[in-house]
Structures are given as structure tokens and as C-alpha cells.
Design a protein around this ligand. Sequence first.
Ligand SMILES: [Zn+2]
Length: 272
Amino acid sequence: MEKEIFDCHCHFVDKEDFELYKKTANATKFLNIRSTNNSGLVKPYSFDTFKDEEDMFLTESVDLYKLDEELIRVEENLKNNERIIAIKIYLGYQSFFANDERIVKVTQLAKKYGVSMVFHCGETYDPNSDSQTNDNYADAKYIEDLAVNFKEVNFIGSHLNWPDFDNIFELCERYENVFTCISGCLDAIDREERDKQVKELINILNKYLRKYPNLKNKLMYGTDFFAIDLGFSDVSDYIKIVEGLELSEIEKEKILCTNIFEAYRKLGEEGK
Ligand SMILES: [Zn+2]
């Protein structure tokens, strides 16, 4: 059987994006993460666009500035669309910490419908300048309160909380319900620079895999594909990161696929 590879973090707004992605992707299953209307993000997709893509799973997303109406809309969709397996929160793009009262309300909804919570963590993308952290809204450390208070819900702090790795890896080690992914950690366009990034990332991850023995069960493959510029739309190198880890083949397969079934429990229930 062909090796199953699950991209746990990509952004397709329309079918053209998906076709562009397939040119450089290695994955066989996809979690298409929905945006909110914020600068630096692609447009939120319509759920109808991908209804015939059997290998694609979906997330909801919440605009925290319009919380009350969003909670009603999201609940309606969670009731009617079994392929929605998580709710995405854009920490940093919206000025809230993960333990904010608004996000607690969203988490209550996630609990009710058995879906996971996925957060943008770490640096935010700004098309007009280098990535940056202006504040620490997007720091994964604030997920801790949720992880403690909602044991039945899984929390994914995306992008390794770049560049504050310890803050997310510590939570992954300590709490059964916290996970992370390597998506979005490569952005160089130049070949040489890209190779350097891949190598650096492998070194960083190997160091932390030694420090945190449970991390290999918490790390997921993802690309953060979005069709804005080449640095993010060519995702071919992400697989090299996993290949370079000091892990057995079976452990690598967990990162490439099965850990995602653990992090997104609804997916696990639907059948693997
Ligand atoms: Zn993303």
C-alpha cells in the first residue's frame, strides 16, 4: 500500500489552490484550515467548494471580534458537516490570548461537538514585511489553562510556536491533549537558503526529541501551504524534515499520519 501522508495544516480557498498544491505536495490526505477575514490571511473558504474531495477534511474558524454571531454560525455548521473536525483560532492576527474568555466559549462548543481546537501560534505572517512577533498573543503557553480545564478537548498549537519551541514542546510533554505541527517553518525561496532551513529545523527537532521523549507522539506533518507566494506554495521540502529525524520508520509514519488521528479525535472516530 502506498504510504499515507496526512498534511494537517494547509489553506486552500478554491480548487485552483488545491491543484497548485498538488504539484509539489507529497500528501494523500489533507486538513484544509479555514481563515478569518484578517490581513495577512487568505480569504475564508466556502464549505461547498470542497464537498466532493473525499480525502480533504475541514475546520471551522472563529472571528473573535464577532463572537456571538460566529458561535451561532459555527454551531450550525458543526451540526451539519461531519467533515469539520476542528475550530481554528487566529492568535496574533486577532489580539487575544489563548486563555481569553472568548476562546473559552469557543472551546465549550468544541467540547460539545467532539472537535479539536487549533491555534495559530508564534510569529504572524505579514506580506509587507518579515514575519514578526509584535506582542505575545500567539504564544502557545496560554493554551495551558485550556488544556487543564478541558481534558476532553485536544489542542493543537501550530508552527512549533516559532521561535519559542520550549513553550509548546513542554505543553506537549506534560499534557496528553496538546499537539503541534511543523507547518509553516520553511519560507525561503532561494534553493540554498531553503536547504539551510531544512537542516536547521532537523537539528532543532532532533535536539528536542531527545529532551522530550513524548514529543514523537505529538508532532505532526503539515505544510501551511497557501497560494500567496512561492515561499509558501512550494511545499516539497517539508517531507525532508521528517525524513531527517532521528526516529525509526514507524515513528516517522506516526508524524506523517497517525498522530493526526490522535490529535483530531473526530477523525479517529470517523474511521482511519
Ligand atoms: Zn496556517
